[in-house]
Design a protein around this ligand. Structure first.
Ligand code: ATP
Ligand code: MG
Length: 297
């Protein structure tokens, strides 16, 4: 573990960042929890690999990418492939400014030239044209090669971290040529012990037994989903965080969990199963003062 930190520090001192780019180094809203995944990701980036994070929703893919950029001290650019993005949206385009033609740098160009990290969010949604320009960037050539333009070499510090969801409606396969240019981490769902730490950090006023109960509830829902009893829509850390925010603001636990978790399922039978799981862990009629110390801040 300490060895890894030394290597990260070496990387940072080898590739310093200019003053004006420092504001792009993220200050992550959430710390990433998951030691094994963290080690795998850090090793991959130190080895110069591009990283693909696959997994279900709210497994911390973007949180991990931000925490990695922070740890390595890199400016971060985010490209969402869910929107209609093409080559010029990625690399840049010539535009007219005050009567002269200037090159407006796209996010990939900036990652390449500044030694930054690029998040390629939901890369499986990339259109063919966008995917094609990524090939030479992501393999051993490490160049931006667009016909008719000069070739741009990537800084040795540049890395790309792609994310992709699978397992629910609307997700697509990733084209094999792109896939082969990454090392892949399948993101696990947070373990109960990490979720307890996460909840205590997010909600410092929450009583310890309830952090345990919410983490257990999450594990129960995972088990039900893995057994095929419920779909994955009700298994959602974002939903638990949202529900606890609502409880903290004064809404009852039941209403809050309905809004955060249960109502994300549109099947009445499944909703009932989620409610049963909630009732088994949390007595009916709970309110803010049962769960949190002190007053709402
Ligand atoms: N291992 C984890 N460490 C820290 N936070 C996590 C972890 N797993 C889930 N979360 C929490 O889940 C929420 C969603 O995280 P994030 O946006 O990174 O998920 P994602 O995997 O990118 O989801 P999606 O596929 O829906 O975009 C955040 O509140 C985040 O803090
Ligand atoms: Mg995400």
């Amino acid at each position: 573990m300490e060895d890894l930190q030394i290597k990260i520090d070496d990387f940072k001192s080898k590739y310093p960042i200019s003053e004006e780019l420092k504001s792009r180094i993220p200050e992550p809203r959430f710390e990433f929890f998951g030691e094994m995944v963290w080690n795998m990701a850090v090793h991959a980036l130190l080895c110069g690999k591009n990283l693909l994070l696959t997994g279900e929703k709210s497994t911390g893919k973007n949180v991990l990418a931000e925490n990695l950029a922070k740890a390595f001290g890199r400016p971060l650019w985010n490209v969402s492939f869910h929107v209609n993005i093409d080559q010029s949206g990625l690399i840049g385009t010539d535009t007219l400014k005050n009567g002269s033609v200037v090159f407006e740098e796209g996010p990939i160009y900036q990652v390449a030239t500044s030694g930054g990290f690029g998040v390629l969010d939901e890369i499986n949604m990339a259109k063919n044209e966008a995917a094609a320009v990524l090939h030479s960037i992501l393999d051993y050539r490490r160049i931006i090669d667009i016909p008719g333009s000069e070739i741009i070499k990537l800084s040795p510090a540049s890395r790309f971290i792609a994310t992709m969801n699978y397992g629910y409606a609307g997700t697509r396969e990733l084209n094999e040529a792109l896939l082969s240019r990454f090392v892949v981490i399948e993101m696990p769902r947070m373990e109960a012990k990490d979720l307890v730490r996460f909840l205590k950090k997010e909600f410092p006023l929450m009583k310890g037994t309830y952090a345990d109960q919410f983490a257990e509830l999450y594990s129960d829902l995972i088990k039900k989903s893995e057994a095929g009893e419920i779909s994955s829509s009700g298994v959602d850390i974002r939903g638990i965080v949202d529900a606890l925010d609502l409880v903290n603001s004064g809404l009852s636990v039941k209403e809050s969990l309905d809004m955060g978790l249960t109502n994300k399922s549109f099947d009445p039978y499944e909703r009932q199963l989620i409610q049963d799981a909630i009732n088994a862990r949390l007595p009916k009629g709970l309110t803010r003062k049962d769960i949190f110390e002190g007053n709402y801040v």
